[in-house]
Design a protein around this ligand. Structure first.
Ligand SMILES: [Zn+2]
Length: 443
């Protein structure tokens, strides 16, 4: 079966903005062009909520844009333009989540990367890249995200929000527009470098802006000719998909017009991008078909993580973030090693008594020690130990002390990452009973 490009499109993404940029109406033009060329499979989605926009933007700025108090990125206060951004951002967010499962998804959206925390310019109102990144970072399996912005202009708004939210460690942001790429040779040196950095950092997903304004004929661009622009897209899709790194991509800028004033040169560029995306995807799917892994296949099989207690992991991850915890030690040993002979039941009993004793001792010393009692006997095969530190002091610590929490628990399964195992254990811990000064020092 021929695979199609999963495209998160809705008519309501498009709205005439009345300005120089055609981006307001571009979603529909591009989508219709792709339908005509039989490239797409449309996927429906919900618009983004005001509340979610407010998670990465100044809440008042968001309200002011919708009330018309401040102008949108197109320099007007048209309520319909503001409303359309809920659909463009919603498309990007939904496509990003889809890409995690399907390997690749497309949002035919533009107008994100100049939107900062509380400001806009350059035809950008809200930063859909950052709303999507923020949504993805809530997921336990996502540690870091790559944003590869190949629009010809600098992603200054994206940088602004990353700084404002302190996400420098979890988002690798590269913007070709922030470089001085005077010719195509330099462009490809830069591109190869950033792809290498992202691959080495093992980003969990790439958000790719395939800007059409990098073309050398663009009135606001660019240094690449048709073949080079095409090569750029091929390289990006190939380099990440062959490493099984999911990609969600969107359109970004493009301002060329033909003699009749239509944006057909821009449509040609975006269509080429879509063709490359599909070609690489189909190649990968053909390779994977022989593999038992579900990634990059079209079926609806669930992520293996969903088979474990995803809610507990999420709770633990929230806990980890909100308490600004860091993992300073993690250990694992076989439960029955280092123990004298006996039946599993009798050894289990001794181990439990030992843990209870240690728990009492550490309570006397004021150290947080939590032993998560297993629900089964004899004890599971492995004993895990993690030490976590927080900048907030425990009840007995001096104000400049770090809280330290040790957790011990048992388990039979080793298939998860260390982070997942720690989050799962942490989800069962009552931090406030361990570090009672936490609330007092929490700011
Ligand atoms: Zn641009």
């Amino acid at each position: 079966m021929k695979h199609l490009l999963r495209t998160f499109y809705d008519d309501r993404m498009s709205c005439p903005s009345g300005g120089y940029s055609p981006s307001g109406e571009k979603p529909t033009s591009v989508y219709e062009d792709w339908v005509q060329h039989r490239l797409v499979k449309r996927v429906v989605f919900d618009p983004i909520s005001i509340e979610e926009l407010q998670m990465v933007h100044d809440p008042q700025y968001v309200l002011d844009v919708f009330s018309g108090e401040v102008s949108n990125g197109h320099g007007n206060t048209d309520a319909a333009v503001a409303e359309s951004t809920r659909w463009t951002v919603g498309s990007m967010v939904a496509a990003a989540e889809d890409a995690l499962e399907s390997g690749m998804a497309c949002s035919p959206s533009s107008g994100f990367h100049h939107a900062g925390f509380a400001s806009n310019h350059g035809f950008c109102t809200f930063n859909g890249l950052m709303v999507a990144a923020n949504r993805l970072l809530q997921r336990v399996e996502i540690n870091n995200i790559g944003i590869l912005d190949c629009d010809w202009h600098a992603g200054d708004g994206t940088d602004d929000i990353i700084r404002e939210m302190g996400l420098q460690d979890s988002i690798l942001h590269f913007s070709s527009g922030a470089q001085r790429l005077a010719n195509s040779r330099r462009y490809f040196v830069w591109l190869d470098d950033v792809i290498k950095v992202m691959r080495e950092a093992r980003v969990d997903i790439v958000l790719y802006q395939a800007g059409a304004d990098a073309h050398r004929d663009d009135p606001l661009g660019g240094v690449l000719d048709d073949a080079e622009l095409s090569e750029r897209d091929r390289v990006v899709f190939d380099q990440f998909l062959t490493q099984r790194v999911p990609i969600v991509w969107n359109l970004a800028g493009g301002y060329q017009r033909d003699a009749e004033g239509s944006i057909s040169p821009v449509l040609d560029i975006h269509r080429t991008t879509a063709l490359h995306a599909l070609a690489v995807l189909q190649e990968q799917q053909a390779i994977r078909r022989a593999s038992p892994q579900s990634f990059f296949q079209d079926d609806d099989s669930t992520h293996p993580l969903e088979q474990v207690n995803l809610k507990s992991i999420q709770k633990g991850k929230d806990f980890f973030k909100s308490r600004k915890l860091s993992l300073s030690r993690f250990g694992l040993e076989k439960t029955y090693d280092h123990h004298l002979e006996g039946s599993p039941e009798s050894i289990s009993h001794c181990i439990m008594v030992d843990f209870e004793r240690r728990k009492k001792q550490s309570a006397c010393k004021g150290t947080g020690f939590t032993f998560i009692r297993p629900g089964v006997f004899p004890l599971p095969r492995y004993c895990f130990k993690a030490t976590l530190e927080s900048p907030y002091p425990t009840s007995s610590g001096a104000p400049d002390d770090f809280s330290r929490l040790q957790i011990c628990w048992f388990g039979d399964v080793l298939g998860q990452s260390i982070d997942e195992m720690v989050f799962l254990a942490l989800g069962k811990v009552d931090w406030n009973a361990t570090a009672t000064n936490y609330d007092r020092y929490y700011v």
